[in-house]
Design a binder for this molecule. Sequence first.
Ligand code: ADE
Length: 224
Amino acid sequence: MRVDVFTLFPEWFEWFLGQRHVANALAQGHEIGFVNPREHTPLPAGQVDDTPFGGGAGMVLRVDVMEAALRARYGGDPVQLRADRRVIALAPGGRLLDDALADELAGEPEIALLCGRYEGFDERVIEYYASDVVSIGRYVLAGGELPAMVLCDAVLRKLPGALGHAESALEESFSPALEGGPEYPHYTRPAEFRGWRVPEILLSGHHERIRRWRLEHSRERGRG
Ligand code: ADE
């Protein structure tokens, strides 16, 4: 899979790229590239944003600047891009990211992530270039960079080989194996600490009973 991130702050992703599961995914041949719209702006002095028409606070990322960045990366008319790949604008009001969307995106050969800053994008960026608008929650962050990392994290760990054990992603929270519910509780050694005992069944070695116990607890957490 190839992910292209359009961001004014590519250096913020250095830490993210160093995380083990991300590094694993890259070692397996998956790719993450960055395009900084400031490097492609047709405007003087590296300008990328402007004040909103109609007044109001904040700055808006310009449509001509985003077009130049998309052209620099892909060539051709960026209006055509979304016919071939998901072009995802990150914005607080978009489709909420969940496990099903992460699964869907993990099946794509290529995605582009557009990170807004300040008050976001000129609406024409969304209207004419984006195939999707995705939100990581109903709150406003200073920009789309953290949401892009959250989305990449959720998607990359779905790719085979990104996690240490092939099974780790299968029985995870919200996976079909857990009927879409949250994950069951985990325990490790010591089996008793300050009198707090690990549920006996997990020490029993009865795999089928353990499986049922976990599913039950996942369901119970889902109801809570
Ligand atoms: N940009 C700013 N806030 C955001 C959010 N909650 N989700 C996605 N992109 C954003």
